[in-house]
Design a protein around this ligand. Structure first.
Ligand code: 3HC
Length: 309
C-alpha cells in the first residue's frame, strides 16, 4: 500500500501502475530493425502490426521477414520440413501491415518505434500516437543514440515510456537493452523486461545515457578503426582480419560499420559531438563524412568501405 501511495504522490494514477502483459505490438518502421523486431515478436506468438509510410515499403519488409524466417526454419526444423512450414506460415499470419500509425495504435499493448534517427520526427509521431493509443499502452523507442527522455517529452505518458534497443541482425543477436528514464515506472520497466525475455532475448538494464552500453563502447571503437586507417596505419582488410583473428570479433570494424550503415554510425557520432564537442572519442572523421556524402552508406546501398553485389 505504501508503494502505491508513493507512486500516487509522484503523480501516477492507479491505472498506470499495473504490469502490462504485452500481447499485441505495433512496430513503427519496416526497415532492417523494425522488420527484424516484428519477425521475432511474431515468431514468439505475439500479434504484430507493422507500420510504414507506403505499401511498397511494407511489401519489402514482409519479403525480408519471409527470407529471414526461411533461414531460421532451415536451421531449427532441419529434420522436420512440415513443422518448419507450419511455423513459417503461423509466424507470417501473426504480422499484419498498415500505413496508418494512429489506427494501428488504437488497440495495442506496445508501440515500438524504429524509424529515422530524427528527434523532431520521433516526437511528432509519438505526440500523435499518445492521443490515439489506449491508456495502458506502453511506448518504446529503438533509438541508437537519442535520449529516451527527449523523445518521451512529447507525450503525456512519461511513466509508460522506455527504450528497447535491439541489435542487427535482430533474429540472431541475443541482447536487448532495456532503458528506463527517471520517469519510467517500475511496472513499465518490468513489462519491457518480460517482453524481451518472451522474445527469447537476454535483456540488460540501461540508464538513459548516450549510446546506452553497447553503442557507447562500439561506436568509438569503429570510429578509431577508421581514423587508424585514415592515418595510413593499416589497410581496411588488415584491420578487419586483425580484429577478427586477434580479438575474436565476428566481423572486423569496417565490415561491421558497413553492416550497421555508415549513415547510422555518422549520425550517432554527430549527435555526441554536438553534446561534447571536445571529446576526442567523438571527433569528426573526414573519410566517413565523405562516404556518407557520396551516398555510400554500406551494405544497404551496395557500397560503403567495401563494395557488395
Ligand atoms: N535472419 C535469420 N538468421 C540469420 C540472419 C538473419 N537476418 N543473419 C544471419 N543469420 C543466421 C544464419 O542463418 C546462421 O545460422 P547458422 O549458423 O545456424 O547456420 C548464423 O546466423 C550465422 O550467419 P552466417 O553464416 O550467414 O554468417 P556469419 O557466421 O558471418 O554471421 C553475423 C553473421 C551473425 C551477422 C555475424 O557476423 C555477427 O555476429 N556480426 C556482428 C554483428 C553485430 O555486432 N551486430 C551489432 C551491431 S550494433 C547495432 O546493431 C546497434 C545499432 O544501434 C547500431
Amino acid at each position: 500500500m505504501a508503494f502505491f501511495t508513493h507512486l500516487v504522490r509522484r503523480g501516477f494514477s492507479s491505472s498506470t501502475v499495473r504490469n502490462v502483459v504485452i500481447k499485441h505490438v505495433t512496430i513503427i518502421g519496416g526497415g532492417q530493425m523494425g522488420a527484424g523486431i516484428a519477425q521475432v515478436a511474431a515468431a514468439t506468438g505475439h500479434t504484430v502490426t507493422l507500420v510504414d509510410t507506403s505499401d511498397d515499403l511494407l511489401k519489402k519488409a514482409i519479403k525480408g521477414i519471409e527470407g529471414s524466417l526461411k533461414r531460421v526454419v532451415k536451421k531449427k526444423f532441419a529434420d522436420k520440413p512440415e513443422a518448419g512450414e507450419e511455423f513459417l506460415q503461423k509466424t507470417l499470419k501473426n504480422v499484419s501491415t498498415s500505413t496508418d500509425a494512429a489506427a494501428a495504435a488504437h488497440s495495442t499493448d506496445l508501440v515500438l518505434e524504429a524509424i529515422i534517427e530524427n528527434l523532431k520526427i520521433k516526437q511528432d509521431m509519438f505526440s500523435q500516437l499518445d492521443k490515439a493509443a489506449p491508456e495502458h499502452t506502453i511506448f518504446a523507442s529503438n533509438t541508437s543514440s537519442l535520449p529516451i527522455t527527449d523523445i518521451a517529452s512529447s507525450t503525456n505518458r512519461l511513466d509508460r515510456f522506455g527504450g528497447l534497443h535491439f541489435f542487427n541482425p535482430v533474429p540472431v543477436m541475443k541482447l536487448v537493452e532495456v532503458v528506463a528514464t527517471s520517469s519510467t515506472s517500475q511496472e513499465t520497466f518490468d513489462s519491457l523486461l518480460n517482453f524481451s525475455k518472451e522474445l527469447g532475448k537476454t535483456p540488460v538494464s540501461c540508464k538513459d545515457t548516450p549510446g546506452f552500453i553497447v553503442n557507447r563502447l562500439l561506436v568509438p571503437y569503429l570510429a578509431e578503426a577508421v581514423r587508424l586507417h585514415a592515418r595510413g596505419h593499416g589497410s581496411k582488410e588488415d584491420i578487419d582480419i586483425a580484429m577478427k583473428l586477434g580479438a575474436g570479433y565476428p566481423m572486423g570494424p569496417f565490415e561491421l560499420a558497413d553492416y550497421v550503415g555508415l549513415d547510422t554510425t555518422k549520425f550517432i557520432l554527430d549527435g555526441w559531438t554536438e553534446k561534447e564537442p571536445n571529446n576526442p572519442l567523438f571527433a569528426q572523421i573526414e573519410l566517413l563524412n565523405k562516404l556518407v556524402a557520396e551516398g555510400k552508406l554500406g551494405k544497404k546501398t551496395g557500397e560503403g568501405f567495401y563494395k557488395y553485389k
